[in-house]
Design a protein around this ligand. Sequence first.
Ligand code: NAD
Length: 509
Amino acid sequence: MRNLRPFTYLGDYINGAFVLPKEKSEEFESLNPGNLKDRLSTFSTSFSHVRLASEAAKRAFPKWRALPQEERAIYLKKLYKEIETHLDQMAELISRETGKPFWEALQETQGLLGKITITLEEGASLISEKEVPNAQPKLMGRYRYKPKGVMLVLGPFNFPAHLPHGHIVPALFTGNTVIFKPSEQTPAVGQLMAELIHRAQFPPGVFNLVQGEKEVGRRLCTEPAIDGILFTGSYDVGLKIKESVLSHFWKTVVLEMGGKNASIVLDDASLEKTLYENIKGAYLTTGQRCSATSRLIVTEKIADTFIKEFHRLSKELKIGYAFEEGPHTPFMGPLISQAALDKYLRFQGIAQREGAQVLMRAKALEFTYPGYYVSPSICILSPKKEFSTYLETEIFGPNVAITIVKNVDDAIEEANKTDYGLVVSVFTKDKKAYEKVFQETKTGLVNWNRATVGGSSKLPFGGQGKSGNQFPTALFAPFYCTYPVACLEDTQDMIQETIPPGLPLHGKN
Ligand code: NAD
């Protein structure tokens, strides 16, 4: 097994330098949920850093905005090289702070590189300047996109590098400056991201890092210098953020939130592929994905075989420590915290009290490395008749609720019984059934014969309802980082239009 690198806490990154807080307003610890003996460091922050970082980002904005886009792209290309050189180190920290298997952490780091390429190549063209001849008679019009100012990025723990980076890169590229607050559960990954930006020699103040827990996040949101909040996290916190800045009407608030995603399996689905995709959907990252499949809706004829096989595979998944190798390499690691583990087990009780039949029981597991390991769990439900706390709550663990229905219409009705709206998948050979699911559900992503997990950075990614407020990220991120400006351009000295009556001018200069 690998030797883990030592980790040194450097403080917050403000105005181009790492600074340790003089007085400590908050202290919290980063530890490995897959090996509780692996404690990375104690982190702290001073509330005064909130203002310092905001001022640094605000000061840096005019110069950064004034750079041609091609010059900002040069900095991002340098960042690409730094990430590429530090892929292994980054993946190691991701695995240590989240517990996700090392192979999966490596995939996350590859996503960071892809994000830079896609932003520079495809994102840029979305916000390129457009000429509109005859916008008014004989007059050239143009629309051009301008950056908004200082963007605050608030990150979640489950993809601690990829998801914040998905906001940071387009924000910087389009000319905004950034303050990043990583999740308090993954501060070391956040620090490494700041170190790589430092190595790429971005001008001071263009990117800033402030570590902290929710109070730091709250204070950052309400800083007057902040022009946009780019949040990825839970619905409850998203709602609090929106409420906290109601009177800050000028701020763009982008909320990428949770899911309660349904996967519909119809009778004609190809069994092996459907099993593979849905096992992935339900259990990758130990079910801790916004796009995780938490509801499986299966039609009657395929139900018995599908459920039997799904159950068998669920029992055989390899669960374990992120850095195990060879035949011990795990498919899934632990949950993120004791609180997450308690919630996961608690919801089994809630499901049972609401009438669910437990096919596979959720259990806390003990391994050589002490951590928050759990078994997957499966509940069988009868089609939902009334409100269910179990079915309305994002459990964020490897739990699936299976409902058996008669046909695609019933499946769609079942899928729509949630206030979340991130992803829906349908498994069928019938394109018409896919089209029906597309038309009659309300989610930001609709997948055909593919798991609910595994979105593409080359497409928009965002949810409806409790999943998001209609500012999709991924490919579309440049839109919420900018605002369009309409320009009418008249280069003639002569008045170009008929002068209205009652005005003593003759249309001549
Ligand atoms: P979380 O909501 O608990 O925390 C997210 C961030 O918000 C953290 O940095 C946290 O410190 C900060 N925060 C907490 N309270 C705050 C407040 N009052 N003001 C400002 N900031 C505050 O989320 P998490 O547990 O880290 O991540 C899991 C959640 O994220 C799940 O709900 C998951 O579905 C969601 N998620 C969504 C997407 C998406 O793209 N839609 C992607 C990944 C994760």
